[in-house]
Design a protein around this ligand. Sequence first.
Ligand SMILES: [Zn+2]
Ligand SMILES: [Zn+2]
Length: 537
Amino acid sequence: MNAGLYGLGEGRKRRWLMVDCGVTFGDPVTTPGIDLIMPDIRFAKAQGAAIEAIILTHAHEDHYGALLDLWPQLKCPVYATPFAAGLLAAKRAAEREAPRIDVRVVAEGSRFDVGPFDVELVPVAHSIPESTALAIRTPVGTVVHTGDWKIDRTPVLGLPTDEARFRAIGDEGVAAIVGDSTNALREGISRSESEVAASLAGLIKTAPGRVAVTTFASNVGRLRAVADAALAADRQVVLVGRAMARATEVARELGYLEGIPDFLSPDAFGYLPRNKVVALMTGSQGEPRAALARVSEGDHPEVTLAKGDRVIFSSRAIPGNEKAVGRIINKLIEGGAEVITDRTHFVHVSGHPRQEELAMLYGWLKPQVLAPVHGEEMHLDGHADFAKSIGVPKVVRIRNGDVVRLAGGPTEIVDDVVNGRMLKDGKVMIFATEPTIGERRRLAFAGVVSIALAFDERGELSGDVSVRFAGLPPRDDEGTSMPEVLRDTVLDCLDGLPRQKRRDHGLVEKAVERAVRGELQTVWGKKPICHVSVVGV
Ligand SMILES: [Zn+2]
Ligand SMILES: [Zn+2]
């Protein structure tokens, strides 16, 4: 969930540039019921009109996925390349009540002023078209924000990382780099997209039956590699999954699929001969509602796979998704398909720089300071150590919310600002610090019990004790039904309360809750959430 702010100027005169506005994804265990997690941008919002613009480095969800939800709080211009702007427009069209964002389309390589910032978009190779690094020039120095990048001298499409521009910027002088740490623990140099393309071509050519390939829909280079391979193997390409259709439509409009025959819709999958079809499918991360999950469950209306068919995962599971991906792989194998992954064949490369690539870029730019970003603690730490080892003069470790001086004075953390996570819960945004998700986790672990009772004027129980629950076992270990256990517990508890005390409903509620939770701890070994309501005079 990338969201960076660059500030220039003192006090009230300070102007800001926001770089990226991304999301991260929830998971059923730690954030049950939450799909999207976004940065808490209260600080940025409080700067009001001092935020000059948001610049998107590229259209991956972790860099632009929060824009539709958060932009209304900022309402500033958004700068994006044609591909990012196209995907944003497609996403907007698919969502109801999406805001009308003020998007300014800027080409890769262009240079423009935003308030006091002079911004150049330097092309970098990555796993999506038109990824850019930002060279942000200011009167006190230049900061290079790398965005996500790698060095790939032979990408399948788009521009390679622009060495000449980086060298030139380095010659002008670079105060600081704020850089991608994802693969900073990995030695060497990452392989090229065109090597993956060659490997995929071989696997598609030799496949005996149907072929299904799953990858991120936004990786247009990879989609193009599959389409080229299909063409060479005299197969037609069927798109399965809405994200595939959306990304390829934008890519085709911008000329990235020149020479590729039109893609077919999913219904073609059934009638094409088995050795004449390649399906490009969404769902490489195990998303339960995506095409591949449904196909693996035998639950897709148009696409089925069987013995002799080949499924290629041209992807790697993002940490946290391994189990979901594993489940789908097992289902596919159970159904008779042959499954190829990056563990068995060379079918994927990462879009992030390894150590030799970091060393190359830092050699071109010769920065005074490096601030590692975009990674887990261990990646940030490894990046810092590696940068020191290759002679970057100063490395500064920043955490979310830190304000660090990168130029115009000694490099140091000068402030920290409000930061954190917002969770999109259905249609409502909540702060991660609010109790909702903690309660939901407790509900998942032990369920909930609701008790209701009424007293008459004399303080006697009126009618039955109502016991309802959800998520509890139906009986205890001795076979007594749980409602019976709980009703007895409540009655015992009431018997122990003097009539005078029963008039204090708050006290009765607390006593019953304590008794019920205590009894369940004894008979069940768990303490669920317990709500008690007492009514009466
Ligand atoms: Zn990223
Ligand atoms: Zn990315």
